[in-house]
Design a binder for this molecule. Sequence first.
Ligand SMILES: [Ca+2]
Length: 446
Amino acid sequence: MVALSESFSTMTIRTVTARAGVAVATTIAAAVMLLGACLPDRAAALDTRPPSTPVKLVFIHHSTGEQWLADGHGGLGRALRDERYFVSDTTYGWGSDGRPADLPSSRGEPIGSTTDIGDWWTWFRGPDAALYQAALATWSERSCSYSRRADPGGRNEIVMFKSCFPNSDLRGSASAPPPAIGSNPLRGQACGGGDFTVANAKGIYLDLLHYFGAHQEQLFVVVVAPPMQHLTAAGSARAFADWLVDDWLDAYPHRNVFVFDYFTVLTSNGGRASVDDLGRSGGHHHRMWNGRVQHRSAGGRSTLAYPSAGGDDHPNRAGDRKATAELLPLLNAAYHEWKGDARPPDVVGPQTYAPRRAAVRRGRSVRLRFRVTDDVSATALVSVRIVDRRGRVKTTLWLGRRATGSLQSVSWRCTLPRGRYRFQVLARDASGNAQVKRGATTLIVR
Ligand SMILES: [Ca+2]
């Protein structure tokens, strides 16, 4: 597979590749006949602004999804709220005890408890799929705790779904052709075991396109299952994530499916598990960068870089915050591509300001104040860099997502030798454009 890909991968439409194979071409024969324009030609038109009016989104998840949504952890719920999405979700037990109804069970459990790759066939393609989807379209409740906006009414326009981390432990050859769905043993089955192969997983996702293609009234957001610290075949997991983002939709003629590579985003950090690499040029990402979609896994690990304290495979707060920040602009762009209402893209980077000089005694803390403005983005990824008199970078403070337009600050404990320095403010807007004006001022260390 491609180790480093810089691709405009959201909803890319190309001809069926040799990799997809004859079996696949047969499976989606109807789709192959309809080929549209590719996103690469339209990349300049990607609009990362939030929707102009509230949009209802339902998220099928459990476990890691609960933490990702939580205000005090991944902050996804609150970030979606702030960008005009009204979020509801399903988790363990959904579809039983009258929540929202007693729906047919899946593998002997409530449908909400089953979110493995094979279960997506049950949700979207199995004999009771119509019942599940009807209940899902009108579900407007929270199953977990997170901030959200007022219900705008109506049905869920966006269906987002995610398997949990055991689903990244795929086996088998990354290049084996997927079986026809009628003979795919993973249909309706849990992950793990001999049938949990890359080929069978591809077959499940290819079959889902029949449902998605028949439901243009909804946008489907496919979140790649997060990685674990130890994978039987990490290369196979990486290959599958790359296939979903780069190849799965090659022959799909519509724009109502978007893949977010939660797997790849969680496979690089900022040097240790508690520090993210948001906004850094290196590392593994699925984000807007310099005005384009960047899907990047430049070698390195294919396992979880953000284990929770104690060694648990649930992504920690730093990893989930990174995923939130990288997802939102892509989701907005996918929404506008689906709706066909994209406005001219944001091509102008932010301006940054450092309005107040600072002084600090060595070993003490100091508050560094800054402001970032942007023509479009309400938030920007900000870093503060401290350089010596010769312009050499002495330290960089990575501050993550910060609101634009208002005075902000960061407290920093100074360990630099006495002397005169400057602190510089760097920022990237939601489209990944770097600052066009860099604010800087003097920092005195006494
Ligand atoms: Ca901008």
